[in-house]
Design a protein around this ligand. Structure first.
Ligand code: ATP
Length: 355
């Protein structure tokens, strides 16, 4: 998918060039007012930006050749912050409203599969007013997907939900991603959501693309603001090798070694899982640590070091082909004489399963 878009407002200019994968979830991320929604609405044809938009070989817009498809002809699904369901229609009729407008030849998503993936089969007879916020949003996603779109556009779909409801909906988004072959462009300003869901990340600043690339790579780049401060995080895709029911420890393999973590529920052996390692949970040692309570020690190479917030240094390290961050005191960075290319050991105090 590619989009080159320019739009001028009185005090805001959008000028982006997006090259996105035709699969998985791509996050459009950045601070409030940077243009995420404007960008999404321009791709949808809800704003009249100038430029070119091509999705899966379909040209939605190309001003050079005077092509501009209206929204209803772009083959897209759109999910807003607040589920915009028809209040007088049942869940069944809301979903079928989208389905009826899709010619049979274009239907690629089986309705039963959609209901199953989003866990809404038992809600079909209900009216939107009787649903919880999380259920409403799942129905809104089903309605958008029922039209078998070329692309699903989601604008902060979880931001109106409290933490509990958000945690309830996230696994459904994981399942959609695993089972449906529809690329998603996902607007968010919550880094935890992006780290969990997105395989690709576009970082926006003041209407422009600051950087774009694989989420894992973007999160660990010291030249980007994502790696600053206490929330800096790395994500790793890993495979479950084993689970020990006695110790509750699971062992996962990634490109760089093995990690062990306590998992209350045994994960499926052989499954691919995404792990999060926060920079503040990684410490550095020049010698292999001995007799430590910390479960995970890996050998690594220093990639770069940068001053972080006052008193702290952020260190990018590589283990195998995997990039991690360590947030340590500046004092420690000086004591260890850290330099690029240096070999050392990292201790990982905490690893979390994200999906
Ligand atoms: N309809 C509009 N008319 C004029 N200016 C607008 C309009 N909608 C948005 N803007 C301005 O355009 C800029 C980008 O807004 P946009 O909503 O795209 O940002 P955002 O990154 O999605 O922000 P948020 O995370 O707060 O939703 C902002 O300066 C905003 O004030």
């Amino acid at each position: 998918m590619s989009a080159r878009l320019q739009l001028q407002r009185a005090d805001f200019v959008l000028d982006v060039d997006l090259q996105l994968p035709g699969q998985g979830i791509t996050a459009l991320f950045g601070p409030s007012g940077c243009g995420k929604t404007t960008c999404l609405r321009s791709i949808a044809g809800l704003e009249r930006a100038q430029g070119q938009v091509t999705v899966n070989g379909h040209v939605w817009q190309d001003d050079a050749s005077r092509c501009w498809l209206p929204t209803h002809r772009r083959g897209l699904g759109y999910v807003f912050q607040e589920a915009s369901l028809f209040p007088h229609l049942s869940v069944h009729d809301n979903i079928h409203y989208g389905l009826r407008r899709t010619p049979v030849a274009r239907q690629r998503v089986a309705l039963e599969q959609l209901l199953e993936l989003l866990g809404i089969a038992q809600l079909l007879g209900r009216k939107p007013a009787t649903l919880s916020g999380g259920e409403r949003q799942r129905v809104a996603i089903a309605r958008a997907l029922a039209t078998s779109p070329q692309m699903l556009l989601m604008d902060e779909p979880l931001s109106a939900l409290d933490a509990e409801r958000k945690a309830e909906v996230l696994p459904y988004l994981d399942r959609l991603q695993a089972h449906l072959d529809i690329p998603v462009l996902y607007v968010s300003h919550a880094l935890d959501e992006v780290a969990r869901l997105a395989s690709h990340l576009v970082l926006l600043r003041a209407g422009r693309v600051l950087a774009q690339g694989a989420t894992a790579t973007m999160l660990s780049r010291l030249d980007l603001p994502l790696s600053q401060g206490d929330t800096a995080t790395a994500v790793i895709d890993a495979r479950v090798l084993a689970h020990d029911a006695v110790t509750h420890l699971s062992t996962l393999a990634f490109d760089g070694g093995h990690l062990r973590l306590i998992t209350p529920q045994p994960p499926v052996v052989g499954s691919q899982r995404r792990l999060r390692i926060q920079a503040r949970d990684v410490s550095l040692c020049l010698q292999p640590p001995q007799h430590s309570s910390i479960l995970n020690t890996l050998s690594a190479t220093v990639q770069s070091v940068r001053e972080d917030t006052p008193g702290y240094a952020m260190v990018a390290v590589r283990t195998g082909h995997t990039h991690l961050l360590a947030r340590i005191s500046q004092y420690s960075a000086q004591q260890l004489h850290l330099e690029t290319g240096q070999s050392l050991f990292i201790q990982v105090k905490s690893v979390a399963l994200l999906d």
